[in-house]
Write a protein that binds this ligand. Structure first.
Ligand code: NDP
Ligand code: HEM
Length: 501
Protein backbone atom coordinates (compact mmCIF):
# COMPACT_ATOMS: atom_id res chain seq x y z
CA UNK A 1 0.00 0.00 0.00
CA UNK A 2 1.21 3.49 -0.82
CA UNK A 3 1.40 5.84 2.19
CA UNK A 4 1.30 9.53 1.33
CA UNK A 5 2.83 11.95 3.82
CA UNK A 6 1.17 15.26 4.46
CA UNK A 7 4.21 17.05 2.94
CA UNK A 8 3.90 15.20 -0.38
CA UNK A 9 0.23 16.02 -0.47
CA UNK A 10 1.19 19.62 0.09
CA UNK A 11 3.86 19.45 -2.64
CA UNK A 12 1.26 18.07 -5.05
CA UNK A 13 -1.23 20.74 -4.08
CA UNK A 14 1.27 23.50 -4.80
CA UNK A 15 2.43 21.69 -7.97
CA UNK A 16 6.02 21.45 -6.74
CA UNK A 17 8.50 19.77 -9.12
CA UNK A 18 10.12 16.71 -7.50
CA UNK A 19 12.54 13.99 -8.50
CA UNK A 20 11.34 10.40 -8.94
CA UNK A 21 11.65 9.81 -5.20
CA UNK A 22 9.21 12.66 -4.63
CA UNK A 23 11.86 15.01 -3.22
CA UNK A 24 11.37 18.69 -4.17
CA UNK A 25 13.84 19.83 -6.83
CA UNK A 26 15.82 22.94 -5.72
CA UNK A 27 16.24 24.28 -9.27
CA UNK A 28 15.25 23.06 -12.71
CA UNK A 29 17.44 25.58 -14.57
CA UNK A 30 20.72 26.14 -12.74
CA UNK A 31 23.36 23.42 -12.05
CA UNK A 32 25.42 23.35 -8.86
CA UNK A 33 28.89 24.83 -9.54
CA UNK A 34 31.92 26.08 -7.63
CA UNK A 35 31.39 29.79 -7.82
CA UNK A 36 30.24 31.70 -10.88
CA UNK A 37 33.02 30.46 -13.22
CA UNK A 38 34.01 27.13 -11.63
CA UNK A 39 33.26 23.49 -12.59
CA UNK A 40 30.17 21.51 -11.63
CA UNK A 41 29.88 19.25 -8.59
CA UNK A 42 29.28 15.49 -8.79
CA UNK A 43 26.88 15.90 -5.87
CA UNK A 44 24.38 17.67 -8.14
CA UNK A 45 22.09 14.65 -8.04
CA UNK A 46 19.28 16.74 -9.56
CA UNK A 47 21.31 17.41 -12.73
CA UNK A 48 22.76 13.89 -12.94
CA UNK A 49 19.37 12.20 -12.62
CA UNK A 50 17.83 14.56 -15.20
CA UNK A 51 20.63 13.80 -17.70
CA UNK A 52 20.70 10.07 -16.97
CA UNK A 53 16.97 9.69 -17.51
CA UNK A 54 17.14 11.69 -20.74
CA UNK A 55 19.95 9.41 -22.00
CA UNK A 56 17.57 6.47 -21.68
CA UNK A 57 14.43 8.08 -23.13
CA UNK A 58 14.51 6.26 -26.45
CA UNK A 59 13.39 2.66 -26.64
CA UNK A 60 13.94 0.44 -29.68
CA UNK A 61 11.52 1.42 -32.42
CA UNK A 62 9.18 -1.14 -33.97
CA UNK A 63 11.22 -3.06 -36.53
CA UNK A 64 8.36 -2.33 -38.96
CA UNK A 65 5.37 0.05 -38.70
CA UNK A 66 7.49 2.48 -36.63
CA UNK A 67 5.55 5.59 -37.75
CA UNK A 68 1.98 5.77 -36.51
CA UNK A 69 -0.72 7.30 -34.39
CA UNK A 70 -3.64 5.99 -32.41
CA UNK A 71 -6.91 6.68 -30.62
CA UNK A 72 -9.47 5.10 -28.34
CA UNK A 73 -13.08 4.42 -29.23
CA UNK A 74 -15.94 1.98 -29.21
CA UNK A 75 -17.00 -1.08 -31.14
CA UNK A 76 -20.79 -1.55 -31.25
CA UNK A 77 -22.56 -4.68 -32.50
CA UNK A 78 -25.20 -3.84 -35.11
CA UNK A 79 -26.07 -7.33 -36.40
CA UNK A 80 -26.44 -10.69 -34.68
CA UNK A 81 -23.72 -13.28 -35.35
CA UNK A 82 -24.23 -15.37 -32.20
CA UNK A 83 -24.93 -18.42 -34.42
CA UNK A 84 -21.30 -18.10 -35.62
CA UNK A 85 -19.41 -17.11 -32.49
CA UNK A 86 -19.74 -17.41 -28.74
CA UNK A 87 -17.35 -14.47 -28.19
CA UNK A 88 -19.08 -12.34 -25.58
CA UNK A 89 -18.31 -9.06 -27.30
CA UNK A 90 -20.80 -10.15 -30.02
CA UNK A 91 -23.38 -11.42 -27.49
CA UNK A 92 -26.11 -8.93 -28.35
CA UNK A 93 -26.95 -6.18 -30.79
CA UNK A 94 -26.08 -2.81 -29.29
CA UNK A 95 -23.30 -4.19 -27.07
CA UNK A 96 -20.31 -1.83 -26.81
CA UNK A 97 -16.63 -2.68 -26.30
CA UNK A 98 -13.81 -0.21 -25.69
CA UNK A 99 -11.08 -0.23 -28.37
CA UNK A 100 -7.66 1.25 -29.01
CA UNK A 101 -6.56 1.52 -32.65
CA UNK A 102 -3.07 2.28 -33.96
CA UNK A 103 -2.59 3.20 -37.61
CA UNK A 104 0.85 3.12 -39.18
CA UNK A 105 2.97 3.11 -42.29
CA UNK A 106 5.29 0.14 -42.72
CA UNK A 107 8.70 0.89 -44.13
CA UNK A 108 9.92 4.19 -42.70
CA UNK A 109 11.71 4.53 -39.40
CA UNK A 110 10.37 6.52 -36.47
CA UNK A 111 10.41 10.21 -37.36
CA UNK A 112 9.58 9.44 -40.99
CA UNK A 113 6.53 10.76 -42.80
CA UNK A 114 3.08 9.20 -42.82
CA UNK A 115 2.17 10.38 -46.33
CA UNK A 116 3.88 8.30 -48.99
CA UNK A 117 3.21 5.21 -51.05
CA UNK A 118 3.17 2.23 -48.68
CA UNK A 119 0.75 -0.15 -47.01
CA UNK A 120 -0.91 1.11 -43.82
CA UNK A 121 -1.25 -0.78 -40.55
CA UNK A 122 -4.72 -0.93 -38.97
CA UNK A 123 -4.24 -2.56 -35.55
CA UNK A 124 -7.29 -2.88 -33.29
CA UNK A 125 -7.24 -3.82 -29.62
CA UNK A 126 -10.71 -4.74 -28.34
CA UNK A 127 -10.84 -4.68 -24.54
CA UNK A 128 -13.46 -7.42 -24.10
CA UNK A 129 -14.69 -8.94 -20.85
CA UNK A 130 -12.93 -12.17 -21.88
CA UNK A 131 -9.59 -10.43 -22.38
CA UNK A 132 -8.03 -8.34 -25.12
CA UNK A 133 -8.56 -9.36 -28.75
CA UNK A 134 -5.93 -7.85 -31.04
CA UNK A 135 -6.89 -7.76 -34.71
CA UNK A 136 -3.59 -6.60 -36.22
CA UNK A 137 -4.44 -5.88 -39.84
CA UNK A 138 -3.55 -3.64 -42.75
CA UNK A 139 -5.43 -1.43 -45.21
CA UNK A 140 -5.32 -4.26 -47.75
CA UNK A 141 -6.83 -7.76 -47.68
CA UNK A 142 -3.66 -9.39 -49.09
CA UNK A 143 0.13 -9.30 -48.64
CA UNK A 144 3.38 -9.48 -50.62
CA UNK A 145 4.50 -12.94 -49.49
CA UNK A 146 2.75 -16.05 -48.27
CA UNK A 147 5.53 -17.86 -46.43
CA UNK A 148 6.95 -16.20 -43.30
CA UNK A 149 10.44 -17.35 -44.27
CA UNK A 150 10.42 -14.54 -46.86
CA UNK A 151 9.02 -11.80 -44.59
CA UNK A 152 12.32 -10.58 -43.13
CA UNK A 153 13.95 -10.36 -46.59
CA UNK A 154 10.92 -8.60 -48.00
CA UNK A 155 11.07 -5.98 -45.24
CA UNK A 156 14.81 -5.40 -45.74
CA UNK A 157 14.19 -4.85 -49.46
CA UNK A 158 11.85 -1.99 -48.48
CA UNK A 159 14.20 -0.39 -45.96
CA UNK A 160 17.59 1.29 -46.41
CA UNK A 161 20.45 -0.16 -48.46
CA UNK A 162 23.02 -1.72 -46.07
CA UNK A 163 25.86 0.51 -47.33
CA UNK A 164 24.26 3.56 -48.91
CA UNK A 165 21.54 3.90 -46.27
CA UNK A 166 18.68 5.14 -48.40
CA UNK A 167 15.56 3.34 -49.65
CA UNK A 168 15.96 2.27 -53.26
CA UNK A 169 13.40 1.50 -55.96
CA UNK A 170 15.81 -1.06 -57.36
CA UNK A 171 15.79 -3.08 -54.13
CA UNK A 172 11.97 -3.15 -54.11
CA UNK A 173 11.60 -4.36 -57.69
CA UNK A 174 14.55 -6.72 -57.41
CA UNK A 175 12.73 -8.58 -54.63
CA UNK A 176 9.25 -8.31 -56.19
CA UNK A 177 10.33 -9.42 -59.66
CA UNK A 178 11.87 -12.54 -58.10
CA UNK A 179 8.77 -13.15 -55.93
CA UNK A 180 5.82 -13.54 -58.31
CA UNK A 181 3.45 -14.15 -55.38
CA UNK A 182 3.85 -10.42 -54.60
CA UNK A 183 2.15 -9.31 -57.88
CA UNK A 184 -1.36 -8.86 -56.47
CA UNK A 185 -0.13 -6.72 -53.57
CA UNK A 186 2.34 -4.79 -55.74
CA UNK A 187 -0.39 -3.79 -58.21
CA UNK A 188 -2.60 -2.69 -55.31
CA UNK A 189 0.28 -0.72 -53.78
CA UNK A 190 1.10 1.05 -57.05
CA UNK A 191 -2.60 1.86 -57.63
CA UNK A 192 -4.69 4.65 -56.15
CA UNK A 193 -5.06 2.97 -52.74
CA UNK A 194 -1.30 2.78 -52.22
CA UNK A 195 -1.29 6.40 -51.01
CA UNK A 196 -4.39 6.89 -48.81
CA UNK A 197 -5.36 10.40 -47.74
CA UNK A 198 -4.68 9.83 -44.05
CA UNK A 199 -5.98 7.06 -41.85
CA UNK A 200 -9.65 8.08 -41.86
CA UNK A 201 -10.27 7.48 -45.55
CA UNK A 202 -8.99 3.93 -45.89
CA UNK A 203 -10.45 0.50 -45.18
CA UNK A 204 -9.00 -1.99 -42.69
CA UNK A 205 -8.72 -5.75 -43.17
CA UNK A 206 -7.83 -8.63 -40.86
CA UNK A 207 -6.34 -9.97 -44.12
CA UNK A 208 -5.68 -13.53 -42.95
CA UNK A 209 -8.32 -16.20 -42.69
CA UNK A 210 -9.35 -16.58 -39.05
CA UNK A 211 -12.06 -18.74 -37.53
CA UNK A 212 -15.17 -18.18 -35.45
CA UNK A 213 -16.38 -20.78 -32.96
CA UNK A 214 -19.97 -20.94 -31.75
CA UNK A 215 -21.56 -22.22 -28.54
CA UNK A 216 -21.85 -25.72 -30.09
CA UNK A 217 -18.09 -25.67 -30.65
CA UNK A 218 -18.50 -25.48 -34.45
CA UNK A 219 -15.81 -23.66 -36.40
CA UNK A 220 -16.30 -21.54 -39.50
CA UNK A 221 -13.53 -19.76 -41.46
CA UNK A 222 -13.81 -15.98 -41.51
CA UNK A 223 -12.26 -12.80 -42.96
CA UNK A 224 -12.70 -9.41 -41.26
CA UNK A 225 -13.30 -6.16 -43.17
CA UNK A 226 -13.65 -2.60 -41.85
CA UNK A 227 -15.01 -0.24 -44.49
CA UNK A 228 -14.47 3.45 -43.93
CA UNK A 229 -17.65 5.48 -43.39
CA UNK A 230 -15.73 8.61 -44.45
CA UNK A 231 -15.40 7.26 -48.01
CA UNK A 232 -12.16 6.22 -49.72
CA UNK A 233 -9.86 9.14 -50.53
CA UNK A 234 -6.32 8.91 -51.85
CA UNK A 235 -3.48 11.28 -52.68
CA UNK A 236 -2.27 11.36 -56.25
CA UNK A 237 1.44 10.75 -56.81
CA UNK A 238 2.07 14.49 -57.15
CA UNK A 239 -0.06 15.33 -54.11
CA UNK A 240 1.65 13.01 -51.62
CA UNK A 241 5.09 14.06 -52.81
CA UNK A 242 4.13 17.68 -52.23
CA UNK A 243 2.42 16.96 -48.91
CA UNK A 244 5.43 14.99 -47.64
CA UNK A 245 7.45 18.18 -47.93
CA UNK A 246 5.02 20.57 -46.27
CA UNK A 247 3.27 18.32 -43.70
CA UNK A 248 5.04 14.98 -43.27
CA UNK A 249 2.67 14.04 -40.41
CA UNK A 250 -0.48 14.75 -42.39
CA UNK A 251 -2.26 11.54 -41.36
CA UNK A 252 -1.39 11.94 -37.68
CA UNK A 253 -2.66 15.53 -37.62
CA UNK A 254 -5.76 14.71 -39.61
CA UNK A 255 -6.86 11.99 -37.16
CA UNK A 256 -5.98 13.98 -34.04
CA UNK A 257 -7.75 17.13 -35.22
CA UNK A 258 -10.87 15.30 -36.39
CA UNK A 259 -11.30 13.61 -33.00
CA UNK A 260 -10.40 16.81 -31.14
CA UNK A 261 -13.16 18.64 -33.04
CA UNK A 262 -15.76 15.93 -32.29
CA UNK A 263 -15.76 14.69 -35.88
CA UNK A 264 -15.40 11.02 -34.90
CA UNK A 265 -14.30 8.70 -37.70
CA UNK A 266 -15.98 5.31 -38.02
CA UNK A 267 -15.76 2.08 -39.96
CA UNK A 268 -18.42 -0.56 -40.63
CA UNK A 269 -17.26 -4.05 -39.76
CA UNK A 270 -18.19 -6.91 -42.08
CA UNK A 271 -17.25 -10.56 -42.21
CA UNK A 272 -17.01 -13.12 -44.98
CA UNK A 273 -17.49 -16.74 -43.92
CA UNK A 274 -16.49 -20.05 -45.51
CA UNK A 275 -17.44 -23.59 -44.47
CA UNK A 276 -15.01 -26.53 -44.64
CA UNK A 277 -16.88 -27.81 -47.69
CA UNK A 278 -16.56 -24.45 -49.45
CA UNK A 279 -12.88 -24.36 -48.49
CA UNK A 280 -12.34 -27.76 -50.12
CA UNK A 281 -13.92 -26.51 -53.36
CA UNK A 282 -12.37 -23.02 -53.39
CA UNK A 283 -10.23 -22.57 -56.53
CA UNK A 284 -7.39 -21.10 -54.46
CA UNK A 285 -5.96 -22.06 -51.10
CA UNK A 286 -8.29 -20.27 -48.62
CA UNK A 287 -5.31 -19.80 -46.28
CA UNK A 288 -3.10 -18.09 -48.88
CA UNK A 289 -2.53 -14.47 -47.81
CA UNK A 290 -1.86 -13.33 -51.38
CA UNK A 291 -5.49 -14.14 -52.36
CA UNK A 292 -8.91 -12.64 -51.52
CA UNK A 293 -12.21 -14.45 -51.26
CA UNK A 294 -14.27 -12.88 -54.09
CA UNK A 295 -17.24 -10.95 -52.76
CA UNK A 296 -19.54 -12.48 -55.39
CA UNK A 297 -19.01 -15.95 -53.88
CA UNK A 298 -18.52 -14.90 -50.26
CA UNK A 299 -20.69 -11.83 -49.65
CA UNK A 300 -19.91 -9.30 -46.95
CA UNK A 301 -22.14 -9.61 -43.87
CA UNK A 302 -22.43 -6.52 -41.67
CA UNK A 303 -21.54 -6.99 -38.00
CA UNK A 304 -20.84 -3.71 -36.27
CA UNK A 305 -19.47 -0.19 -36.09
CA UNK A 306 -16.01 0.90 -34.98
CA UNK A 307 -15.82 4.54 -33.88
CA UNK A 308 -12.78 6.49 -32.66
CA UNK A 309 -13.68 9.24 -30.22
CA UNK A 310 -10.82 9.91 -27.76
CA UNK A 311 -7.26 11.04 -28.35
CA UNK A 312 -4.55 9.64 -26.07
CA UNK A 313 -3.25 11.97 -23.36
CA UNK A 314 0.38 11.00 -23.85
CA UNK A 315 1.86 9.73 -27.12
CA UNK A 316 4.73 7.71 -25.67
CA UNK A 317 2.75 6.09 -22.86
CA UNK A 318 -0.22 5.09 -24.95
CA UNK A 319 0.78 4.91 -28.62
CA UNK A 320 4.51 4.16 -28.62
CA UNK A 321 4.09 1.59 -25.85
CA UNK A 322 1.03 -0.01 -27.43
CA UNK A 323 1.73 -3.66 -28.16
CA UNK A 324 -0.58 -5.74 -30.37
CA UNK A 325 -0.34 -9.47 -30.92
CA UNK A 326 -2.23 -11.74 -33.34
CA UNK A 327 -1.75 -14.33 -30.58
CA UNK A 328 -4.40 -12.49 -28.53
CA UNK A 329 -7.73 -14.00 -29.58
CA UNK A 330 -10.69 -14.46 -27.22
CA UNK A 331 -12.87 -17.59 -26.83
CA UNK A 332 -15.11 -17.73 -29.92
CA UNK A 333 -12.39 -16.36 -32.24
CA UNK A 334 -9.40 -18.37 -33.40
CA UNK A 335 -6.68 -18.68 -36.05
CA UNK A 336 -6.35 -20.70 -39.24
CA UNK A 337 -3.50 -22.67 -40.81
CA UNK A 338 -2.41 -19.56 -42.81
CA UNK A 339 1.36 -19.93 -42.42
CA UNK A 340 1.92 -16.17 -42.22
CA UNK A 341 -0.58 -15.96 -39.37
CA UNK A 342 1.03 -18.94 -37.66
CA UNK A 343 4.38 -17.12 -37.65
CA UNK A 344 2.80 -13.88 -36.46
CA UNK A 345 1.24 -15.65 -33.45
CA UNK A 346 4.80 -16.05 -32.15
CA UNK A 347 6.56 -12.99 -33.57
CA UNK A 348 4.72 -10.10 -31.92
CA UNK A 349 4.93 -11.08 -28.24
CA UNK A 350 8.58 -11.92 -28.89
CA UNK A 351 9.33 -8.48 -30.34
CA UNK A 352 7.41 -6.78 -27.50
CA UNK A 353 9.60 -8.54 -24.95
CA UNK A 354 12.61 -7.08 -26.76
CA UNK A 355 11.12 -3.62 -27.38
CA UNK A 356 9.23 -3.03 -24.12
CA UNK A 357 10.40 -5.77 -21.76
CA UNK A 358 8.93 -8.98 -20.44
CA UNK A 359 6.15 -7.18 -18.55
CA UNK A 360 4.97 -5.15 -21.58
CA UNK A 361 1.47 -6.52 -21.09
CA UNK A 362 1.07 -4.76 -17.73
CA UNK A 363 1.46 -1.28 -19.32
CA UNK A 364 -1.95 0.44 -18.99
CA UNK A 365 -2.71 0.59 -22.74
CA UNK A 366 -1.91 -3.12 -23.11
CA UNK A 367 -3.48 -4.66 -20.05
CA UNK A 368 -7.11 -5.80 -20.05
CA UNK A 369 -9.60 -3.01 -19.30
CA UNK A 370 -12.84 -5.00 -19.02
CA UNK A 371 -11.43 -7.89 -16.98
CA UNK A 372 -8.30 -8.55 -14.94
CA UNK A 373 -5.27 -10.57 -15.97
CA UNK A 374 -4.68 -13.49 -13.61
CA UNK A 375 -1.49 -14.99 -15.03
CA UNK A 376 0.93 -17.71 -13.97
CA UNK A 377 3.79 -15.29 -14.82
CA UNK A 378 6.01 -13.81 -12.10
CA UNK A 379 8.80 -11.29 -11.63
CA UNK A 380 10.95 -9.93 -14.50
CA UNK A 381 12.20 -6.43 -15.25
CA UNK A 382 9.77 -3.62 -14.47
CA UNK A 383 7.16 -5.70 -12.70
CA UNK A 384 5.35 -2.72 -11.23
CA UNK A 385 1.98 -4.22 -10.32
CA UNK A 386 1.54 -6.38 -7.17
CA UNK A 387 3.18 -9.39 -8.93
CA UNK A 388 0.30 -11.64 -7.82
CA UNK A 389 0.94 -10.68 -4.21
CA UNK A 390 1.20 -13.54 -1.74
CA UNK A 391 -0.42 -16.12 -4.03
CA UNK A 392 1.56 -19.34 -4.25
CA UNK A 393 3.73 -19.36 -7.37
CA UNK A 394 3.57 -22.99 -8.51
CA UNK A 395 0.92 -25.45 -9.64
CA UNK A 396 -0.35 -28.08 -8.87
CA UNK A 397 -0.66 -27.14 -5.26
CA UNK A 398 -2.95 -27.64 -2.27
CA UNK A 399 -3.17 -23.82 -2.06
CA UNK A 400 -5.89 -21.85 -3.82
CA UNK A 401 -4.84 -21.42 -7.45
CA UNK A 402 -6.79 -20.13 -10.51
CA UNK A 403 -8.29 -22.83 -12.74
CA UNK A 404 -8.01 -23.26 -16.52
CA UNK A 405 -11.22 -22.68 -18.51
CA UNK A 406 -12.46 -25.43 -20.88
CA UNK A 407 -14.54 -22.79 -22.70
CA UNK A 408 -11.34 -21.21 -24.00
CA UNK A 409 -10.34 -24.42 -25.82
CA UNK A 410 -10.84 -24.16 -29.59
CA UNK A 411 -12.23 -27.27 -31.31
CA UNK A 412 -9.71 -29.47 -33.17
CA UNK A 413 -9.32 -29.17 -36.92
CA UNK A 414 -8.09 -31.82 -39.29
CA UNK A 415 -4.59 -31.66 -40.77
CA UNK A 416 -2.54 -34.26 -42.59
CA UNK A 417 0.63 -34.51 -44.65
CA UNK A 418 4.34 -35.14 -44.40
CA UNK A 419 6.46 -32.82 -42.29
CA UNK A 420 8.66 -31.19 -44.92
CA UNK A 421 9.50 -27.81 -46.52
CA UNK A 422 6.59 -27.76 -48.97
CA UNK A 423 5.48 -24.81 -51.12
CA UNK A 424 1.98 -23.60 -50.24
CA UNK A 425 0.25 -24.69 -53.47
CA UNK A 426 0.93 -25.00 -57.14
CA UNK A 427 1.86 -21.40 -57.96
CA UNK A 428 -1.06 -19.40 -59.26
CA UNK A 429 0.10 -15.84 -59.07
CA UNK A 430 -1.73 -14.24 -61.99
CA UNK A 431 -5.51 -14.90 -61.80
CA UNK A 432 -6.26 -12.57 -58.91
CA UNK A 433 -3.96 -9.76 -60.10
CA UNK A 434 -5.90 -10.03 -63.38
CA UNK A 435 -9.21 -9.75 -61.45
CA UNK A 436 -7.77 -6.70 -59.74
CA UNK A 437 -6.64 -5.10 -63.01
CA UNK A 438 -9.98 -5.77 -64.70
CA UNK A 439 -11.84 -4.13 -61.81
CA UNK A 440 -10.05 -0.79 -62.33
CA UNK A 441 -11.65 1.88 -64.49
CA UNK A 442 -9.70 3.59 -67.29
CA UNK A 443 -8.41 6.39 -65.05
CA UNK A 444 -7.29 3.97 -62.32
CA UNK A 445 -5.46 1.84 -64.90
CA UNK A 446 -3.73 4.92 -66.31
CA UNK A 447 -2.54 6.07 -62.86
CA UNK A 448 -1.40 2.53 -61.94
CA UNK A 449 0.72 2.36 -65.07
CA UNK A 450 2.08 5.88 -64.53
CA UNK A 451 3.06 5.09 -60.91
CA UNK A 452 4.73 1.82 -61.87
CA UNK A 453 6.68 3.50 -64.68
CA UNK A 454 7.94 6.23 -62.34
CA UNK A 455 9.39 3.64 -59.98
CA UNK A 456 10.28 0.59 -62.09
CA UNK A 457 11.78 2.93 -64.69
CA UNK A 458 14.56 3.77 -62.22
CA UNK A 459 15.79 0.17 -62.13
CA UNK A 460 18.39 -1.67 -64.19
CA UNK A 461 17.10 -3.24 -67.41
CA UNK A 462 17.37 -6.81 -66.13
CA UNK A 463 14.97 -6.08 -63.25
CA UNK A 464 12.57 -4.20 -65.52
CA UNK A 465 12.48 -7.12 -67.97
CA UNK A 466 11.81 -9.62 -65.21
CA UNK A 467 8.93 -7.58 -63.81
CA UNK A 468 7.41 -6.82 -67.23
CA UNK A 469 7.43 -10.54 -67.90
CA UNK A 470 5.29 -11.02 -64.76
CA UNK A 471 2.92 -8.21 -65.82
CA UNK A 472 2.59 -9.87 -69.24
CA UNK A 473 1.25 -13.02 -67.57
CA UNK A 474 -1.44 -10.86 -65.94
CA UNK A 475 -2.40 -8.97 -69.11
CA UNK A 476 -0.36 -8.39 -72.28
CA UNK A 477 -1.80 -4.92 -72.95
CA UNK A 478 -1.01 -3.89 -69.39
CA UNK A 479 2.63 -5.01 -69.83
CA UNK A 480 2.93 -3.17 -73.17
CA UNK A 481 1.54 0.00 -71.63
CA UNK A 482 4.04 -0.15 -68.76
CA UNK A 483 6.91 -0.55 -71.25
CA UNK A 484 5.62 2.42 -73.24
CA UNK A 485 5.14 4.53 -70.10
CA UNK A 486 8.69 3.81 -68.94
CA UNK A 487 10.00 4.89 -72.35
CA UNK A 488 7.99 8.13 -72.12
CA UNK A 489 8.75 8.91 -68.48
CA UNK A 490 11.25 11.65 -67.90
CA UNK A 491 14.34 10.12 -66.33
CA UNK A 492 14.61 10.90 -62.61
CA UNK A 493 16.70 13.92 -61.66
CA UNK A 494 20.44 13.13 -61.43
CA UNK A 495 21.68 11.70 -58.13
CA UNK A 496 23.28 14.34 -55.88
CA UNK A 497 27.00 14.50 -56.76
CA UNK A 498 29.91 15.49 -54.49
CA UNK A 499 30.89 19.13 -55.09
CA UNK A 500 33.83 19.50 -57.52
CA UNK A 501 36.47 22.11 -56.78
P1 NDP B 1 -15.60 -6.88 -56.15
O1 NDP B 1 -15.72 -6.29 -57.48
O2 NDP B 1 -16.75 -7.61 -55.56
O3 NDP B 1 -15.13 -5.77 -55.09
C1 NDP B 1 -14.00 -5.02 -55.39
C2 NDP B 1 -13.40 -4.56 -54.12
O4 NDP B 1 -12.24 -3.84 -54.47
C3 NDP B 1 -14.25 -3.66 -53.30
O5 NDP B 1 -14.13 -4.09 -51.96
C4 NDP B 1 -13.62 -2.29 -53.44
O6 NDP B 1 -13.58 -1.63 -52.22
C5 NDP B 1 -12.20 -2.63 -53.79
N1 NDP B 1 -11.54 -1.68 -54.69
C6 NDP B 1 -12.08 -0.83 -55.57
N2 NDP B 1 -11.10 -0.13 -56.19
C7 NDP B 1 -9.94 -0.55 -55.68
C8 NDP B 1 -8.58 -0.19 -55.90
N3 NDP B 1 -8.25 0.73 -56.78
N4 NDP B 1 -7.64 -0.80 -55.17
C9 NDP B 1 -7.97 -1.74 -54.29
N5 NDP B 1 -9.24 -2.13 -54.03
C10 NDP B 1 -10.20 -1.54 -54.73
O7 NDP B 1 -14.26 -7.74 -56.16
P2 NDP B 1 -13.90 -9.26 -55.93
O8 NDP B 1 -14.14 -9.66 -54.53
O9 NDP B 1 -14.47 -10.11 -57.02
O10 NDP B 1 -12.33 -9.13 -56.18
C11 NDP B 1 -11.79 -8.45 -57.32
C12 NDP B 1 -10.56 -7.71 -56.93
O11 NDP B 1 -10.94 -6.73 -55.98
C13 NDP B 1 -9.53 -8.62 -56.22
O12 NDP B 1 -8.54 -9.04 -57.10
C14 NDP B 1 -8.99 -7.75 -55.13
O13 NDP B 1 -7.71 -7.28 -55.46
C15 NDP B 1 -9.93 -6.56 -55.01
N6 NDP B 1 -10.53 -6.56 -53.67
C16 NDP B 1 -11.20 -7.65 -53.23
C17 NDP B 1 -11.59 -7.70 -51.91
C18 NDP B 1 -12.18 -8.94 -51.36
O14 NDP B 1 -12.08 -9.15 -50.14
N7 NDP B 1 -12.83 -9.77 -52.16
C19 NDP B 1 -11.39 -6.56 -51.00
C20 NDP B 1 -10.77 -5.43 -51.59
C21 NDP B 1 -10.33 -5.47 -52.89
P3 NDP B 1 -14.67 -0.51 -51.75
O15 NDP B 1 -15.99 -1.19 -51.81
O16 NDP B 1 -14.24 -0.18 -50.38
O17 NDP B 1 -14.52 0.63 -52.73
C1 HEM C 1 4.11 -4.74 -36.70
C2 HEM C 1 6.19 -8.99 -37.72
C3 HEM C 1 3.04 -9.67 -41.32
C4 HEM C 1 0.46 -5.94 -39.67
C5 HEM C 1 4.98 -5.80 -36.72
C6 HEM C 1 6.12 -5.93 -35.87
C7 HEM C 1 6.70 -7.12 -36.15
C8 HEM C 1 5.93 -7.74 -37.19
C9 HEM C 1 7.94 -7.72 -35.51
C10 HEM C 1 6.57 -4.90 -34.85
C11 HEM C 1 5.67 -4.99 -33.65
C12 HEM C 1 6.06 -4.06 -32.52
O1 HEM C 1 7.25 -3.78 -32.34
O2 HEM C 1 5.14 -3.60 -31.80
C13 HEM C 1 5.49 -9.56 -38.77
C14 HEM C 1 5.77 -10.85 -39.34
C15 HEM C 1 4.90 -11.04 -40.38
C16 HEM C 1 4.06 -9.86 -40.42
C17 HEM C 1 6.85 -11.80 -38.86
C18 HEM C 1 4.73 -12.18 -41.33
C19 HEM C 1 5.25 -13.36 -41.14
C20 HEM C 1 2.03 -8.76 -41.16
C21 HEM C 1 0.78 -8.76 -41.86
C22 HEM C 1 0.05 -7.72 -41.38
C23 HEM C 1 0.85 -7.04 -40.38
C24 HEM C 1 0.38 -9.79 -42.92
C25 HEM C 1 -1.35 -7.29 -41.73
C26 HEM C 1 -2.26 -8.11 -42.17
C27 HEM C 1 1.23 -5.30 -38.74
C28 HEM C 1 0.83 -4.09 -38.07
C29 HEM C 1 1.88 -3.74 -37.22
C30 HEM C 1 2.91 -4.74 -37.38
C31 HEM C 1 -0.47 -3.33 -38.24
C32 HEM C 1 1.94 -2.52 -36.31
C33 HEM C 1 1.21 -2.79 -35.01
C34 HEM C 1 1.20 -1.54 -34.16
O3 HEM C 1 0.51 -0.57 -34.56
O4 HEM C 1 1.86 -1.53 -33.12
N1 HEM C 1 4.89 -6.92 -37.54
N2 HEM C 1 4.45 -8.99 -39.44
N3 HEM C 1 2.05 -7.70 -40.27
N4 HEM C 1 2.47 -5.67 -38.30
FE1 HEM C 1 3.43 -7.33 -38.85
Amino acid sequence: MCIQSEDITLAEKDNILTNAAGIPVPSNEVSKSVGRRGPLLLEDYTLIEKMAHFNRERIPERVVHAVGSGAYGTFTVTDDITHLTKAKLFAEVGKETEVFVRFSTVAKSKGGSDVYRDLRGFAIKLYTEEGNWDLVGNDTPIFFVRDPMKFMDFIRSQKEHPQENWRQHEMWWDFWSLSPESLHQVMWLMGDRGAPMGWRHMNGYGSHTFSLINADNERIWVKFHFKTDQGIKNFTEAEWMHMQGIEPRWATKDLYNAIDQGNFPSWTMHIQTMTDEQAANFPWNPFDLTKVWPHGDFPLQRVGKLELNRNPENYFAEVEQAAFSPGNVVPGVSWSPDRMLQARIMSYADTHRYRLGVNYDTIPVNRPHATQANTPYRDGFMRVDDNNGSRINYHPTHHDYPKADENAKAPPYHVEGLADRIELDEPDHFDQPRMFYNMLDAGEKERLIHNIAGSLGRCMQQIQDRQIDLFRQVDATFADRVVEAIANTEPPKPEPQPATV
